[in-house]
Write a protein that binds this ligand. Structure first.
Ligand code: PMV
Length: 324
């Protein structure tokens, strides 16, 4: 029996990935920039065992549906191919945050699974190879492999589509205050959503302008320029949701409270608080603010009717093995 355990943080994208050039290999339509969320994590143990007749998955203490198991098996088939082994695996994964509601649980899940399964299978992969492997499980997972502030270069093929760190976690103490509006599993996950991106008339212009937004975002983080950062982060989130809302069929992830939080954040910024929002494929709102403002922002967010709780995270580290 070969075993390894890894821990990974999810990430929040400031410049979003939406739509693929190659859906099978998950080569994205555009590059993206994110920050790892150090206070949220997935811990995953992988045991390859010659006595197993199929892969087994325990997710937060439960056996999940067949689709989740198939997705893990497809991923592990690739690991087995790379490592030249044939044993099935028992995978046990625990999250300390709600999954399936627009907090990128698949990112930390596949980043942790990549390191744990590659190690258990006897491989020692460098960071970019590990990021490429994680990308096959879930695109955004490739960004949870390196630490801190991370850029995923879109690339054209498997070999050049991976993520790397652009700034360490302590470069800028940005806090993600995640206003939880709903913990329900969303109807259309990002896997299916990416396939619809091309059906929106707006996707082409969103993608065509992506390198400009990436430059603005990278520069704003470099200079710790919150005003410039806020402008490009909100623009990018709105562009992605405009594509979602104009897809066929349309995807509308927002709920009334989502909009209430967007409006409150706008007011606070107008009144001088450095704060901005970004939203993934779900109704919850990621409210970003420099560290010193976070206690007040958290206190104000929880007052908004419909916000059930606020998860809080600082920038996080790279994926790593546990118990080494
Ligand atoms: O990695 P996926 O397939 O879960 O896609 C992530 C999509 C967004 O979270 C909406 C955007 C992003 O870049 O993380």
């Amino acid at each position: 029996m070969k075993t390894a355990t890894a821990i990974a943080n999810p990430n929040i994208a400031f410049i979003k990935y939406w739509g693929d050039k190659d859906p099978d290999l998950r080569i994205p339509a555009n590059g993206s920039i994110s920050m790892n969320l150090g206070d949220l994590h997935t811990v995953t143990e992988v045991i390859f065992d010659a006595n197993l007749e199929r892969d087994e998955l325990i997710l937060d203490g439960r056996v999940p549906g067949e689709m989740a198991i198939e997705r893990v098996t497809r991923f592990l088939d690739h690991v087995r191919l790379l490592a030249g082994i044939s044993d099935f695996a028992r995978v046990t994964s625990e999250n300390n945050f709600p999954i399936g509601s627009g907090i990128a649980s698949s990112a930390s899940a596949f980043a942790a699974l990549s390191l744990a399964s590659a190690t258990a299978a006897g491989m020692k992969l460098d960071e970019s190879s590990l990021s490429r492997l994680a990308r096959r499980g879930s695109g955004s997972a490739c960004r949870s492999v390196p630490g801190g502030f991370v850029e995923w270069q879109a690339g054209e093929e498997d070999a050049n589509s991976f993520a790397y760190s652009i700034f360490p976690p302590d470069h800028w103490e940005l806090i993600d205050c995640i206003a939880i509006v709903s913990q329900e599993h969303k109807e259309t996950g990002s896997q299916d959503g990416h396939l619809l991106a091309e059906t929106s008339l707006l996707q082409e212009v969103r993608v065509a302008d992506a390198s400009r937004r990436l430059d603005l975002c990278r520069q704003a983080i470099l200079n710790r320029d919150f005003e410039a950062f806020a402008e490009v982060v909100e623009l990018d989130s709105n562009l992605m949701h405009a594509v979602m809302m104009t897809s066929q069929p349309k995807l509308l992830y927002w709920q009334p409270t989502t909009l209430a939080v967007i409006q409150a954040v706008g007011e606070w910024r107008k009144n001088g608080t450095p704060v901005c929002f970004t939203i993934d494929a779900g109704p919850n709102v990621h409210v970003i603010t420099p560290g010193e403002n976070s206690p007040r922002v958290i206190g104000d967010l929880i007052q908004i009717p419909g916000v059930s709780k606020v998860l809080v995270s600082r920038p996080g580290a790279a994926v790593r093995l546990v118990g080494d």
